[in-house]
Design a protein around this ligand. Structure first.
Ligand code: K7E
Ligand code: CUA
Length: 765
């Protein structure tokens, strides 16, 4: 009996009779002892109880945080603050094979700028798709501030599907923000530039440098942005900043602020005061108010100008058609946040202590009455600040962003300089509470806080500095996301989470039950185009085809072998590998790594992935599966042999290190029979219970059945070779038969444990 079989037998015994004896080894220490030993207060214990999530437990909310200059997305749960995933967006990421397989390289290639590959992004603001102003959990958009781009992430598989490059901007910041039915994804310029890709001297800044807001049309059916249906509105070179879409009463409008209406162009090295001086001279900048619904109609009516093959509504058209207005906003504003009912817009000035609450109703009335305080140098009408305001309130030094609570009129504003969050009432205009955070908070985020119905409960403070909060790890510190309980009158700090992946600017949190990601792809799926891959392969149909001088290898991956295991090509060949993971089991991903070609693939169940490369140098290149997918994972291996030009094989037979006899064969068959007994008992155990009431167990049973079918095939081959007295092949196939049994038994025992732990009932004996 092999060691593995013994192990299986012990396991099955433990699963059957031994469960009661384990798990009772509770620590002899009492809660009080632990509190004393670790110096914890009662408040700490309460915070722990509010966040601790026992094994197998799930979170109530799922957060999508920007990964800043990592160009990725960070996914974590609330209240546990456990990181669930990094989603590769603008940056190659080998674990997901992103940027290492042909399919995802094609997505990254959409993001080239002037033909140059851009292999990172500065992600700032994620936005979840909305239906009637509610997060619907289907899509996610995120911007790249450095290389004006927007990416589309599918929340069915948490993969990036599309990258679009802004056709006119040279820098951006105020994206991604969606309109209430995800008609458009909003992106606004940051640093002004010429719309053309040509050189334009800074002396022409006022006349030829421009800002803009782009409205990217989202085609929900296709699940992609449609650049041909997208358009922009030209804006003055005011260094536009964040944006937000109106909702309900203000639906159809969008709001974008700005921080350098001084139109300063810098030049510290030329003896001029730096940007920071030139851009903060005036007491107010401008909030831009754009009627995007009307703008879309103007585009449809042919009133846009084509720039770089993209529809742009020029400022004079926007002014003449009454879709663009400015309202002063105090001083160096940053955040602009529309209230859940769409009636108010809250703006904070970084160099001011106030938050300003604008009334959409008042602004709209001024526009309707054509009651303007003047026009800017570009002829855009300006609304009077005082007449547009609902109220202003002192909230602290350096207010940045505001988030809405589920309780009416209650908001939270991040106070950068004071390192605080201020809770206040924007209807009455009064401060309700303050809490210190660590340190220098940027954005903050409440649960579904950008939707028409925020869920309250928790707030996350996205701090810019961690300083002394964690064990030191060198001069570059992790970021600190702090979880705050906002369910009561007083805010309570619950948890510090270090985030070691770039500076996350903003995050969005959605109720976990709105997310319905899949566990596997349809068989042979190209996950990046969301279609069946032309390169998919079924088990048994693995093959090599040479087309137009390219050697295509159509292979499969399944526990625990890669087919083919030997690939032989001549030096100088172009090779295109196509692997389909033919598993149906949950969480049975296989990887593919090979020496020396910068190739690393990830094939989740059902997925087909490809890698094309030139085999330049003769040599031996081992490849293997990178995911520990089964007990025989290390054996999931193979060789790419690149033969020298004109090489002919010396002999046909492959060498084997071991010869097997009839005795070896008989021993192997004994092992197989013993294992079958284990399998039979597990099968009996499961089928005697109501396992069909447990979908995960049904999936496991399906998977085990697959493995047993493979075992059956191997058995047939074993017996054929045994009948022919070919003990070499008979023994090896008997071993393969056993391998499939082991996989089936492994799954069976997992299913049995699941049934035991989830209160399955005996239904037939
Ligand atoms: Cu850093 Cu929204 Cu880009 Cu504020 S942003 S902090
Ligand atoms: Cu597949 Cu390891």
């Amino acid at each position: 009996m092999t060691r593995l079989t013994k192990h299986l037998l012990t396991l099955s015994a433990a699963a059957g009779f031994g469960l009661a004896s384990i798990g009772t080894a509770f620590s002899a220490e009492s809660l009080e002892d632990v509190m004393k030993r670790r110096g914890l207060t009662e408040k700490d214990i309460l915070a722990a109880a509010k966040t601790y999530t026992p094994t197998g437990g799930r979170d109530e909310f799922v957060v999508f945080s920007s990964g800043g200059q990592s160009g990725q997305l960070i996914v974590y749960g609330i209240p546990s603050m456990r990181i669930l995933k990094y989603v590769a967006v603008f940056t190659p990421e080998p674990w997901q094979g992103y940027g290492f397989d042909d399919e995802s390289k094609a997505v990254l290639a959409q993001g080239k700028i002037n033909g140059t590959e851009i292999n990172y992004g500065d992600t700032h603001h994620p936005a979840i798709s909305e239906t009637n102003g509610e997060y619907d959990g289907e899509w996610l958009f995120i911007n790249d501030k450095a290389n004006p781009r927007i990416a589309v992430v599918d929340l069915k598989d948490f993969e990036t599907k599309q990258i679009v490059v802004n056709p006119i901007m040279k820098s951006e910041h105020g994206g991604a923000f969606v309109t209430p039915n995800t008609e458009y994804v909003i992106e606004a310029t940051q640093y002004a530039g010429p719309f053309s890709n040509d050189f334009v001297p800074l002396s022409k800044f006022n006349d030829e440098y421009r800002g803009a807001v782009t409205y990217w049309k989202f085609d929900r059916e296709a699940g992609r942005i449609d650049p041909a249906q997208s358009f922009s509105v030209e804006l003055p070179p005011y260094s536009q900043d964040l944006s937000d879409a109106g909702k309900l009463v203000s639906d159809g409008w969008s709001f974008t602020n700005s921080f350098c209406t001084e139109r300063y162009v810098g030049g510290i090295e030329r003896g001029r005061p730096p940007f920071e001086a030139g851009c903060s001279q005036k007491d107010t900048d401008f909030l831009h108010m754009i009627n995007w619904k009307k703008a879309a109609e103007l585009v449809a009516a042919g009133k846009a100008t084509k720039i770089n093959d993209h529809d742009v509504i020029m400022m004079d058209t926007a002014v003449a058609e009454g879709i663009l207005f400015l309202i002063p906003e105090p001083k160096s504003p940053h955040g602009v946040d529309v209230s859940p009912d769409g009636k108010y817009i809250i703006v904070s000035g970084k160099l001011d202590t106030h938050a300003s609450v604008y009334s959409f109703e008042k602004m709209k009335a001024l526009i309707d009455a054509k009651d303007f305080a003047g026009t800017d140098p570009y002829g855009i009408p300006i609304l009077d600040l005082k007449k547009s305001l609902h109220t202003q309130l002192q909230v602290g030094l350096g207010p940045l962003h505001t988030q809405y609570d589920s309780k009416p009129c209650v908001v939270y504003t991040s106070i950068y300089v004071d390192s605080q969050v201020t809770k206040w009432d924007y209807c009455e205009g009064k401060v309700l509470d303050k809490i210190s955070v660590h340190y220098n908070i940027g954005h903050l985020m409440s649960m579904e806080g950008d939707s028409v119905s925020p869920k309250g409960k928790y707030l996350v403070s996205l701090n810019k500095l961690a300083i002394d909060r964690f064990n030191p790890v060198g001069p570059l510190h992790p970021q600190n996301h702090q979880l705050i309980d906002i369910s009561g009158d007083k805010m309570e700090l619950l948890y510090d989470m270090p985030l070691p992946l770039g500076e996350p600017h903003y995050a969005v949190a959605i109720s976990a039950d709105k997310l319905k990601p899949k566990v596997r792809y349809k068989s042979g799926w190209d996950s990046r185009t969301d279609q069946r891959s032309p390169h998919r392969t079924l088990p048994g149909r693995e093959r090599t085809e040479v087309v137009d001088g390219v050697t295509h290898i159509y292979g499969t991956l399944i526990r625990s072998h890669i087919t083919p295991e030997i690939i032989e090509v001549e030096e100088g060949s172009t090779v295109s590998l196509h692997f389909t993971n033919v598993e149906r089991a949950e969480d049975e991903t296989h990887g593919f790594a090979i020496r020396g070609f910068d190739i690393n693939l990830s094939a989740e169940p059902g997925k087909t992935v490809s890698a094309t490369f030139k085999a330049e140098k003769p040599g031996v290149y081992p490849y293997y599966c990178t995911e520990f997918c089964s007990a025989l994972h290390l054996e999931m291996q193979g060789y790419l042999l690149v033969t020298p030009k004109g090489y002919t094989a010396e002999g046909v037979a492959l060498q084997e290190g071991q010869t097997y006899t009839e005795e070896d064969y008989t021993k192997q068959v004994e092992t197989v029979n013993a294992t079958q007994a284990v399998i039979d008992s597990v099968v009996q155990y499961i089928t005697a219970r109501n396992f069909k009431d447990f979908p995960p167990v049904v999936a496991m049973v399906e998977d085990a059945t697959d493995q047993l079918n493979f075992a059956e095939e191997a058995k047939t081959k074993t017996e054929e070779f045994a009948a022919a007295k070919d003990w070499q092949n008979a023994t090896l196939w008997a071993q393969q038969w056993f391998q499939y049994q082991v996989k089936a038994a492994d799954i069976g025992l997992r299913a049995k444990t699941y049934l035991d732990q989830n209160g399955a009932k005996v239904v037939n004996q």
